[in-house]
Write a protein that binds this ligand. Structure first.
Ligand code: ATP
Length: 234
């Protein structure tokens, strides 16, 4: 699904990504972990065609990032730090708007179904500006999947969510996985990464420091591996 070779990104004098080689198969759920400033969000933004790489090759769904941006944009749903929602619109209005933008057939029915899926049917017609951070995040997740993307790019999706919302988000991710969707998730939440990811990538100083399958799904194993790679603690 994603094939990255020798990816670099330089901004001003700073080398943010220093030669990333990464191959991700269709249907994988991959957690990207690493310290602040390691380059995780930058990597996600390159894949989301939001920033141009300085060097290297990126192929997504068989399309070349340099040449086929329009095709790539249709393939993924992206959840950045900001919700991208219109504050004065309700969940229904927001999701119909974004659904139409992506050419979703029956956007209204899809919007209603998604608001139900994220547990906010009661607030279907309330303006988003009155919502709590967790409620906004639930609708932002619905927005990211409104067009049923093949690839989900999530930047710290669990931040600020209560337990109920975390469960809903994880259910959405796992349901997408059942449909063969590939997910890349930047996170600082080790518990969620251990629970839902098939594979963990640790980014440090703009490079991949580790790439492994968390066989036992234990957060303690993940903590250990992370501390070893990032802090040198064994
Ligand atoms: N446009 C830019 N110009 C200059 N430096 C940038 C730019 N974008 C990001 N950086 C720097 O690149 C580094 C990596 O940023 P990035 O947001 O990818 O880190 P991150 O691993 O996602 O960190 P965090 O966990 O704190 O979100 C940081 O030092 C950041 O300040």
């Amino acid at each position: 699904m994603i094939d990255i070779k020798k990816l670099t990104k330089q901004a001003d004098d700073k080398r943010i990504l220093r030669g990333i080689d990464l191959s991700i198969k269709k249907g994988e759920t991959v957690g990207i972990l690493g310290p602040n400033g390691a380059g995780k969000s930058t990597l996600l933004k390159v894949i989301a065609t939001l920033i141009k790489p300085s060097g290297g090759q990126v192929t997504i769904g068989g399309y070349d990032l340099k040449k086929d941006q329009a095709e790539i944009k249709k393939l993924f749903g992206y959840l950045p730090h900001s919700s991208l929602l219109y504050d004065h619109y309700s969940p229904l209005e927001n999701l119909v708007f974004f659904g139409n933008l992506y050419g979703v057939k029956n956007a209204r029915a899809r919007a209603i179904e998604l608001v139900k899926e994220v547990g906010l049917s009661f607030f279907l017609n309330e303006p988003v500006k009155n919502f709590s951070r967790g409620m906004v995040q639930r609708i932002a997740i619905a927005r990211a999947i409104v067009h049923e993307p093949e690839l989900l790019l999530l930047d710290e999706p669990h931040t600020g969510l209560d337990q109920g919302a975390i469960t809903i988000l994880n259910t959405v991710i796992l349901r997408m996985k059942e449909k063969g969707v590939t997910t890349l998730m930047v996170t600082h939440d080790f518990q969620q990464a251990a629970e839902i990811c098939d594979r963990i990538i640790i980014v440090k100083n703009g490079k991949i420091a580790d790439d492994f399958v968390l066989v036992d799904k234990k957060v303690s194993t993940l903590n250990k591996k992370y501390l070893y790679q990032v802090e040198g603690v064994s």
